[in-house]
Design a binder for this molecule. Structure first.
Ligand code: WQD
Length: 338
């Protein structure tokens, strides 16, 4: 079975390619390398023994997308990661985000609608829930007004897929709503490669730990949580990658109940910023230099998943703890700074 993975050189994409190849899928990657490195292909090969097919291609160029699907008529499934993902940048450059994240989604769906049968997995986000009223968050929690153009592209993306599936019975899709992905492959061959100053907590922690950053700013300790810092559901990237494979298999085997389904992908456990720091200190044996500063605008207090639906329906469950994932994030950080 040939599977197209867009954004397959990125953080979550590359780990998913590994899991797909481990399961015997033949993978072709499309990536424009705007936020990734072609050498990731060698990391994937080192782990799986196989270098996936790769096309450096910008999905905004509609005729190139059409041409790709002409040449690869045997693509039976698509896992669509390619997207811009910096929340702050999306506020500054909304049209860039709508073009990158929505335009490209439309072009791919158009091609899939031409097929007799197609499976499509979409990278969505827990950001669609905003600050949910109840914890843990179930899939039927209301989708709140998006806080940023980035968040909006995930909400709109889901709506575009739902509308398309309604009128296209041959198209089967699943949106996976990720909580906070983190970590790196246990082999140390692939991991997160943030460009510039990391926006996310875990790469900022490991970069501070290794001395690349002076200090971690903890954004607020006056939230209504047990230790005052925000709570998130940190999901190990290999667990997350495996969720994509089981979701794709569900569609390919015709096990889905409707042709558009949505699943939360998290651990079900919330951890605070201070707990994440403690877990780093434990696995690294180093003290982390951090300082409590003001809240970051737009941050929600708490978000963690109810994973019952994914557990029961997909038969998928996160296997790794925050500490294990942090350990792999730390091994990776040390390796790339060598
Ligand atoms: C985590 C916690 C910060 C950095 C992002 C995306 C969102 C989603 C998940 C993808 C928060 C605190 C962080 C730092 C800190 N998924 N923090 N100091 O904000 O939950 O969400 O990932 O689509 O869309 O925005 O993740 O890693 O930025 O923050 O104190 O230097 O760490 O306040 O509580 P977030 P994050």
């Amino acid at each position: 079975m040939k599977v197209l993975v867009t954004g397959g050189l990125g953080f979550i994409g590359s780990h998913t390619v590994v899991e797909l190849q481990n399961k015997g899928f033949e993978v072709v990657i499309i990536d424009d390398c705007s936020n990734s490195d072609e050498n990731v292909l060698y990391g994937i090969k080192a782990i799986t023994g196989k270098k996936p097919l790769f096309e450096k291609l910008d999905l905004k160029e509609k005729h190139k997308v059409e041409d790709f699907f002409q040449r690869y008529q045997d693509v039976a499934g698509v896992i669509h990661f390619a997207a811009s993902k910096a929340v702050g940048e999306s506020v500054e450059k909304p049209l860039l985000y709508y073009e990158n994240n929505i335009g490209t989604l439309v072009y791919i769906l158009k091609e899939l609608c031409r097929k007799n049968k197609a499976s499509f997995i979409f990278s969505s986000s827990c950001t669609v829930y905003g600050q949910a009223d109840k914890m843990p968050i179930t899939e039927d929690a209301p989708v709140k007004v998006a806080e940023s153009p980035y968040g909006n592209t995930k909400q709109m993306g889901e709506e575009i897929i739902a509308d398309t599936c309604k009128v296209t019975p041959s198209l089967n899709a699943i949106a996976l709503r990720y909580f906070n992905p983190m970590g790196a492959h246990p082999s140390g061959e692939i991991g997160e490669l943030p460009i510039g100053v990391p926006q996310n907590l875990v790469p900022f922690i490991t970069q501070t730990g290794i001395g690349l950053r002076d200090q971690l700013s903890v954004f607020g300790d006056d939230y209504p949580t047990p230790d005052g810092t925000c709570i998130r559901d940190y999901i190990y990237v290999v667990d997350l990658a495996k969720a994509h494979v089981v979701a794709l298999e569900r569609l390919m085997n015709g096990k889905n109940e409707s042709n558009f389904e949505v699943f939360n992908v998290g651990t079900g456990t919330g951890s605070s910023v201070l707990e994440a720091i403690k877990s780093f200190e434990k696995v690294s044996g180093r003290k982390l230099n951090y300082k409590i500063v003001d809240r970051r605008p737009g941050d929600i207090t708490s978000a963690y998943a109810d994973t019952t639906k994914a557990n029961k329906v997909l038969g998928w469950k996160a296997e790794y703890t925050l500490e294990e994932a942090m350990n792999y994030a730390w091994i990776w950080e040390q390796k790339i700074r060598d």
